[in-house]
Design a protein around this ligand. Structure first.
Ligand SMILES: NC(=O)c1ccc[n+]([C@@H]2O[C@H](COP(=O)([O-])OP(=O)(O)OC[C@H]3O[C@@H](n4cnc5c(N)ncnc54)[C@H](OP(=O)(O)O)[C@@H]3O)[C@@H](O)[C@H]2O)c1
Length: 284
């Protein structure tokens, strides 16, 4: 049974390919990559697959039984890109698709992200291909990419207020995908995936302070102030505005969940915030 993984060269895809290699013969795994050279170190066959170039997608999916469709990364461009991939899968006779969506995509206040996932879920239903939807919550790692700046400034900045965030590590979401790909009985299911324990951004600042012994506080800003700060740090205006709006979505509870579907799926608790912070500090 051949499993092809899109986004295989990304953070999540790399972890998943590692897990698949431990569970399946490498000969049954295909990495789909827009730049196959970037997948050379994965230790599985790599095929060129660029969502914006449908001519690459048919050959890439030839002989594939299951497509692990890790959502594309260019927000605003994804509906067309996903349409290309699903249509190519249909034409290639792919029997099953597993797709990474967004936590409670249909009701999420993180509207600018949710809209593309909702449309992709609709396209999957319309395709007639058996599928599983993994509605992934936030990656804990999202908050630790700017750790150097946090340590330098002594502050976590955000606009999430008292919003409780049930994030999980990328490795947890990869483990869920691995479980769904390698165990029977997941067709037609939609899973709402999030971490077992929720925290506020003030809790995150306190955890970084605890582990570093430094004074780190959480500074809550308005959406506009936070977007302006992100622009000052060099982010493009559109991306800065989007990040600030997602924090407002978090303040409204959009990243909170207490269903524990992720830990049930992976058969272990999700990675605690303290462990992700410790790992990020070790690599800062
Ligand atoms: N839940 C969350 O908190 C969260 C956070 C960020 C993103 N996401 C979503 O989850 C996905 C996986 O996360 P991640 O951390 O692994 O993201 P990532 O590291 O940015 O990886 C994105 C992957 O998509 C590939 N890709 C982008 N555009 C493509 C195109 N036109 N054709 C073919 N491949 C393309 C990239 O290929 P290259 O290596 O060639 O760039 C890369 O392999 C993201 O793409 C995004 O949809 C979720």
């Amino acid at each position: 049974m051949t499993i092809a993984v899109s986004g295989a060269t990304g953070h999540l895809g790399r972890i998943l390919i590692g897990g698949l290699k431990a569970a399946r013969p490498a000969s049954e795994i295909i990495a789909l990559a827009r730049t196959p050279a970037k997948a050379a170190d994965l230790g599985v066959a790599a095929r060129e697959a660029d969502y914006t170039r449908p001519d690459t997608l048919g050959p890439a999916l030839a002989g594939v039984d299951t497509l692990m469709m890790i959502s594309a990364s260019e927000v605003g461009q994804r509906v067309g890109q996903h349409r290309n991939l699903i249509e190519a899968a249909r034409q290639a006779g792919v029997r099953r698709i597993v797709y990474t969506s967004l936590l409670r995509a249909d009701t999420s206040p993180l509207a600018s992200l949710a809209v593309e996932h909702v449309q992709t879920e609709q396209m999957l239903r319309a395709s007639g291909i058996a599928h599983t939807v993994l509605r992934n919550g936030w990656y804990t790692e999202n908050y630790l990419g700017a750790l150097q700046g946090v340590l330098a400034q002594g502050a976590v900045l955000g606009a999430a207020g008292q919003g409780r965030i049930a994030s999980a590590a990328r490795a947890d979401y990869a483990a869920a995908a691995l479980a769904v790909l390698t165990q029977p009985g997941h067709e037609g299911k939609t899973y709402e995936l999030a971490g077992d324990a929720a925290y506020t951004l003030a809790d995150l600042a306190a955890e970084i302070a605890r582990q570093t012994g430094k004074a780190i506080r959480y500074q809550n800003l308005s959406e506009a102030e936070y977007a302006a700060k992100l622009r000052e740090f060099g982010l493009p205006a559109g991306f800065a505005a989007a990040i600030a709006s997602w924090d407002v979505g978090a303040a409204a509870g959009g990243l909170f969940d207490e269903g524990h579907q992720l830990s049930r799926l992976i058969g272990r608790p999700t990675t605690p915030l303290s462990a992700v912070v410790a790992d990020a500090l070790a690599h800062a």
